[in-house]
Every structure is written in structure tokens, then in C-alpha cells.
Design a protein around this ligand. Structure first.
Ligand code: SAH
Ligand code: SF4
Length: 353
């Protein structure tokens, strides 16, 4: 008899969950065989697991969905970026993006359906929060896109960033479980050095993340150069002040190989002046970090404009004197796949896809 667990989807279960599922009648190695098939071999279907007894396979098929998402739509950009609208078990959809580049492939995945954090420049914010994703749904995005595109997670060119829809640190337990699954060398086998989680600055959760034994790299969406400006752009700052966020970053236990990443969305005439750049330098002065600048990706209902390339470079030149500072190339803007453009409703894509 299979044991009853809360969620019966197989993808998302750790070895201990699979042992519980199979129950004491099954020999211990059965759970390992199943784990190996799900995560190392990455089977798409239970019928592919030929080393399990037929009876057990049938029981599993009857009672446990695989839990892998499936693409409802795919949008291909001229620059090679692919945006996937992935269907979940409850009929909801979530977005994930593949960005192939010279020497590296990055999969940008979602952590929630929608997002409860009300950043004023982000399309996902307009959806509000529908629900958290399960660990399996987070991992499933990587497995699905990997398989569709012939990518191997063990390959060092592959990177995963949790920068799609949602605030990952408001779903930290599932994000950490997904990270354990993605990085287990007996399973999917990605190095945690190639997994990054990005947060709008949920301070207590940053502290909790720092205590986790197996954790991804941390990126912080800074997006403003002072308290007042950040409150206006990211109202969550009223709860988690910028000064406290910087303090939490200072206290964050970086591993020997690790740096913090700060993301900064540049909004024309709002947070993109030379004075802003100098304030960013002062804020980050004592941190072991780098900065990624992102010129705003515009969208319907977003009341900001994109600064000129010259402004972006002038900003970069000031920050770069103090901290490594890069400009993130917009990817897949033509298919609404770029940062902050992810939004489930795709009616606004008519004529673009
Ligand atoms: N919720 C997390 C991760 C998802 S957002 C976070 O906010 O960090 C991923 C990144 O996209 C963040 O750095 C965010 O600041 C940025 N972003 C949001 N809207 C954007 C837009 N319209 N243009 C460019 N970047 C945007
Ligand atoms: Fe949520 Fe991040 Fe968008 Fe802010 S920028 S609304 S935290 S997804």
C-alpha cells in the first residue's frame, strides 16, 4: 500500500518523501531507484522506469501524478530567448524563460503564481499573488525546459535564476527544497554556484536563507538610491527599511567563493542620475558585491520610461569606479520575456507572439 502524503506529485519529493510514500513493505533501494529515475535520468513518464516492478509502477501511475509542468504556449524571440507559459496541475499557469548565450544557458524560473510585492515598475505585480509554487513545480520548470532544449543540468554552462514571477523569499521553504533537489549530486546535480535567488528585500527571510546549509546565491533588487525613493518604487521598503536591508546584507554569511549581487532597474529621470549613482556607491561601500544594471523593460500599465543608453553608461561608469558593475542586456523584449515583463495574462501579446 502506498502511504498518503499531502501532495502526491512525484517531482518535488526528496528521497525521504519517496521512502515515506513507498512505505515499509518496499525494500529501501526502491525509493533510491525512483529518485534516480526522476532526477538523474529525468524520465518524463513512469512507464520509462523499467527497473521498478510492474505492480508498483501501476500503483504509482494510479495514485501519483508526475507533477511535471507542460508548455501551453511558447514564444520565441529573435534573440534566441524562449518564453514558456507552463500549465500546472490546478490549471494555473506560470512563466519560465530560457536565455541561450555564448558559453552559457540561463533558465529563469518562477517561484509564485503572481507576486504580492507591489513594485511600481513590474508587470507581475499587477497580478497580485495567486499562490506559492511547490518545490516540485519550481524544479519541474528546470526539468521541462532542460529536456525540451536538450540541456543537461550537470553541464557547467547551465544556470538557474529564480527571477521570474514571484518573490522567492516569501516561499522560502519550497525554494530551499527545490535548491536541494536541483543541487543533489545523486540527482539533478547542479552546483549551487549556478543557482541564484533574487529578492526584493524580505529581511527576516534573508537571515533565514543565510542559515540554510544548502542555499543558492543571493541577489538583491536594490532599485533605488535612498529610503524615500525606494518607498515610492518598492512600497515593501516601508516594512523593511533600506538601511536595515543594507545592514542585513552586511551580516549575511557569504561563502568563500560568493559575492552578493545587487540589481538596479534604471527608470528615466527617477533613479538614474549621477547623484543616484554616487549614493548607490555609498550604500554598497562596505559590501562584497557586484551590481547589475537593468534599463527598464517597459510594459502596459507601467508609468516609467527607459533611460537612454548614454545615461545607463554614465551611471555604470560612476558605480564601476567602486564596485564591479555590469549592464544586463535586455533579452526577449519582443516576446515580453525580459525582467519584470512576466505576467500570466497573454492577451496583451496578440500580434507579438
Ligand atoms: N521578486 C524578485 C525576483 C523576480 S523580479 C525580485 O524582485 O528580486 C527579477 C528582477 O527583475 C528584479 O531585480 C526586478 O527589480 C527586475 N524588474 C522588475 N520589473 C522590471 C522591469 N519592468 N524592467 C526591468 N527589470 C525589472
Ligand atoms: Fe514581485 Fe520582484 Fe516584481 Fe517586485 S520586482 S513585484 S518583488 S516579481
Amino acid at each position: 500500500m502506498l502511504q498518503v502524503l499531502e501532495s502526491r506529485a512525484l517531482v518535488g519529493m526528496e528521497l525521504s518523501d519517496l521512502r515515506n510514500l513507498l512505505g515499509p513493505e518496499q525494500p529501501a533501494y526502491r525509493a533510491r531507484q525512483l529518485y534516480d529515475a526522476l532526477y538523474r535520468k529525468q524520465v518524463a513518464d513512469l512507464s520509462e522506469i523499467s527497473n521498478l516492478p510492474q505492480v508498483l509502477r501501476n500503483q504509482l501511475v494510479e495514485s501519483c501524478p508526475m507533477g511535471l509542468p507542460a508548455a501551453e504556449r511558447r514564444f520565441d524571440s529573435q534573440d534566441g530567448t524562449r518564453r514558456y507559459l507552463l500549465g500546472l496541475e490546478d490549471g494555473r499557469t506560470v512563466e519560465a524563460v530560457l536565455m541561450p548565450e555564448e558559453g552559457r544557458d540561463t533558465i529563469c524560473i518562477s517561484s509564485q503564481v503572481g507576486c504580492p510585492v507591489d513594485c511600481k515598475f513590474c508587470l507581475t505585480a499587477l497580478m497580485g499573488l495567486e499562490r506559492n509554487l511547490t518545490a516540485g513545480e519550481i524544479v519541474g520548470q528546470v526539468l521541462y525546459i532542460g529536456r525540451e532544449n536538450g540541456l543537461r543540468p550537470t553541464d557547467s554552462r547551465m544556470n538557474v535564476v529564480m527571477m521570474g514571477m514571484g518573490e522567492p523569499l516569501l516561499n522560502l521553504d519550497n525554494v530551499l527544497k527545490a535548491t536541494r533537489l536541483l543541487s543533489d549530486e545523486n540527482g539533478i546535480g547542479m552546483s549551487v554556484k549556478r543557482i541564484t535567488v533574487s529578492t526584493s528585500g524580505i529581511i527576516p527571510k534573508i537571515q533565514e536563507l543565510g542559515q540554510a546549509e544548502i542555499r543558492p546565491k543571493l541577489a538583491i533588487s536594490l532599485n533605488a538610491s535612498n529610503e524615500q525613493q525606494r518607498r515610492e518604487l518598492m512600497p515593501i521598503t516601508k516594512k523593511y527599511h533600506l538601511s536595515d536591508l543594507i545592514e542585513a546584507c552586511r551580516a549575511y554569511p557569504l561563502r568563500a567563493w560568493e559575492k552578493l549581487t545587487f540589481e538596479y532597474v534604471l527608470l528615466k529621470d527617477v533613479n538614474d542620475s549621477d547623484e543616484d549613482a554616487r549614493r548607490v556607491v555609498r550604500l554598497l561601500a562596505l559590501l562584497n558585491c557586484k551590481v547589475n544594471l537593468i534599463a527598464l523593460n517597459p510594459g502596459p500599465g507601467i508609468p516609467f520610461e527607459t533611460p537612454s543608453a548614454e545615461r545607463v553608461h554614465a551611471f555604470q561608469a560612476i558605480v564601476r569606479k567602486a564596485v564591479p558593475c555590469f549592464v544586463r542586456k535586455p533579452r526577449g523584449r519582443d516576446i515580453f520575456a525580459a525582467c519584470g515583463q512576466l505576467k500570466r495574462v497573454d492577451t496583451d501579446l496578440v500580434g507579438i507572439a
